[in-house]
Design a protein around this ligand. Structure first.
Ligand code: ADP
Length: 352
């Protein structure tokens, strides 16, 4: 199988530009709202500690890389969880930013809000990428964006109106989604158009299939190519939408198993291949990537058990190490789309 429009990073290591580090875990707690009762979580940002109050069952203490206060603005969340990862992407590494938590805990708000008062991580990452490009007018860059949805082990392209199932393939240089639409984006507003297009296509899919939005995962992939230095850079961000449906959600169950296996130094087998989500995130969970994980929880007393699950997941994820290597690519092998609308039919004509 070929890899349309996608060059193969050689992954050749340049010794000063190789880094091994652990997954960075940041907890974001949203305030209780509506009918919810506040008081489930007490946190101290300065010591990165958090206490979960479980009523009669007692309290549980946690320490993370960062614990954000309940009223932390989106800009602070970005600076804490994403800024360094995107910076590393611009220096040639793969980067991944993920959010995990129960439905309603704030994953979408954190990752993909385009509300002008509360812009989320993904649109801010696009702004950071293009700010850097603008600061280096002497360099030539190509930026490509792909957005897919994973639902019941099927992968669908959210930038195309078709509902064809895509396959994950593994080549000599890693895992990729075969035939995914790669929109060439030339400005932050091109990126926002693509994020909105994906949201629309997702809404259409959701009305066709019951409760899709709360049981699916969205993965936004941003590829930054700096020509001349022959480096291919990849950024990958996933919005995890559900852990309520664990029993039917193979991807999420397997994600937990993979995190457990990666966190245990005595366990060498990691079941990445058992689900689509973990296959796609294989590099992010132990391979060639710098990874940051936002654990989204709420202060609601009604949700302390789900919050405990999410915090335990985050604790295990803190033990996962990755080895990021600067990517280089043979530019001659690349077949890049010229602009965002030329790699396949889009539902709204695309952006030139
Ligand atoms: P999820 O994607 O985890 O299911 P959402 O991001 O949709 O959850 O959040 C659920 C609701 O809570 C939304 O109305 C969202 O605007 C609100 N919300 C989430 N996080 C925050 C926050 N940090 N501050 C204020 N409101 C929030």
């Amino acid at each position: 199988a070929s890899r349309p429009g996608f060059a193969s990073p050689t992954g050749r290591a340049l010794s000063p530009e190789r880094s091994s580090e652990k997954v960075r875990v940041v907890v974001r707690c949203r305030p209780a709202h509506g009918e919810e009762t506040a008081g489930g979580v007490a946190l101290d940002s300065s010591s990165c500690q958090l206490t979960l109050h479980r009523g009669a069952t007692g309290s549980v203490n946690f320490t993370f890389d960062q614990v954000l206060s309940q009223n932390a603005p989106q800009a602070e969340v970005y600076d804490t969880a994403a800024l360094d990862v995107v910076d590393d992407v611009l220096n040639g590494f793969n980067g991944t930013i993920m959010a995990y938590g129960q439905t309603g805990a704030g994953k979408t708000y954190t990752l993909s809000s385009t509300d002008t008062e509360a812009v989320g991580i993904m649109p801010r990452a696009c702004l950071q990428v293009f700010t850097r490009i603008d600061q280096h007018p002497q360099e030539q860059y190509t930026v490509l964006m792909s957005i897919v949805q994973l639902y019941t082990e099927r992968i669908q392209d959210l930038l195309l109106p078709t509902r064809i199932d895509l396959a994950i393939r593994e080549g000599p240089d890693g895992v990729f989604v075969e035939g995914v639409h790669q929109a060439r984006v030339q400005s932050p507003s091109d990126c926002f158009d693509m994020l909105r297009r994906a949201e629309r296509n997702r809404a259409i899919a959701s009305t066709a299939m019951n409760a899709v939005s709360s049981r699916s995962h969205v993965v936004v992939m941003l590829t930054v190519i700096q020509h001349g230095s022959e480096r291919l850079k990849k950024s990958l961000s996933t919005g995890d939408r559900a852990n309520e449906a664990k029993h039917i959600n193979l991807s999420l169950t397997t994600l937990g198993l993979c995190i457990n296996a990666r966190a245990d130094p005595n366990q060498s087998f990691v079941p990445f291949r058992n689900s689509k989500l973990t296959r796609l995130l294989q590099d992010s969970l132990g391979g060639n990537a710098k990874t940051s994980l936002v654990i989204a929880v709420s202060d609601a007393l009604e949700h302390v058990n789900e919050t405990l699950d999410s915090l335990n997941f985050g604790t295990r994820a803190m033990m996962v190490k990755t080895k990021a290597v600067v990517n280089e690519v043979d530019m001659a092998s690349m077949n890049l789309p010229q602009h965002s609308s030329d790699a396949g039919g889009s539902d709204d004509g695309g952006k030139q």
